[in-house]
Write a protein that binds this ligand. Structure first.
Ligand code: DER
Length: 224
């Protein structure tokens, strides 16, 4: 359908930046899925790259596609990481974490020279915040952490997997915090990350180098 089309189109444009011999970060989610598929095709046709995945889910997809994986401990910098996002504002600040992979995604992003975000154009917003901010918290004392988050004027909700709390690849919980329109995402990120018990939050401030936005009509726009 059209939404898949725009994700695929954005992914196809993003993988054009990949060169032989690069070390890549593989993102997580339904848009990054298409980038990993495209990289798999390039590997099948002789591209030699090494990759670090941002989730167990992306790791197993990469294995299926014979994309050579290396442990993160073997790299100090990644050349390119391609990942999705839930919202992108006009300064290319992001809300991520819809797929629950935000902690490893941010660690990989922070080690990446050229960070490419791929989205359907519906993710482009004037202000972040319509999408609830995913916050990864330690299960130990999560009730106190949740209370402290709500004191920042949001409504935190435990993300569930069936009738149990969702567990991230790092065995933490995710609280989805509805703030409504956020006018100062950098300032709010500092407040959220200051709360003891918060492992990471879904604000990716000043991290994206370019954003490739795909449209259902099949065009792509490069934002930087
Ligand atoms: O969890 C994540 O950060 C994902 O990248 C998410 O933000 C985007 O997922 P999607 O491409 O499936 O919308």
């Amino acid at each position: 359908n059209q939404a898949v089309n725009s994700k695929k189109i954005a992914a196809g444009k993003a993988i054009e930046y990949i060169r032989n011999g690069m070390t890549l970060g593989l993102g997580t989610g339904s848009t990054a899925y298409w980038a990993i598929q495209g990289i798999g095709e390039m590997v099948k046709h002789g591209l030699s790259v090494k990759a670090v995945a941002t989730s167990i889910q992306s790791e197993s997809l990469a294995r299926e596609l014979n994309i050579p994986l290396i442990p993160f401990s073997e790299v100090d910098r990644l050349d390119i990481t391609i990942d999705g996002a839930d919202e992108v504002d006009e300064k290319l600040n992001l809300i991520k974490g819809g797929g629950g992979a935000l902690l490893r995604e941010k660690i990989v992003a922070a080690a990446t020279r050229f960070y490419i975000i791929i989205v359907d154009e519906s993710k482009l917003v004037r202000h972040l915040g319509k999408f609830p901010l995913p916050v990864e918290v330690a299960p130990f004392g999560w009730e106190l952490t949740m209370r402290r988050l709500s004191e920042l004027n949001c409504t935190p909700r435990m993300r569930m997997a069936g009738d149990k709390p969702f567990l991230t690849d790092n065995q933490h919980y995710i609280l989805d915090c509805a703030f409504g329109e956020i006018l100062d995402p950098a300032g709010l990120h500092r407040k959220v990350s200051d709360i003891t018990g918060v492992m990471e939050d879904g604000f990716f401030i000043n991290m994206a180098d370019i954003v490739v936005a795909g449209s259902p009509g099949g065009e792509t726009r490069i934002l930087n």
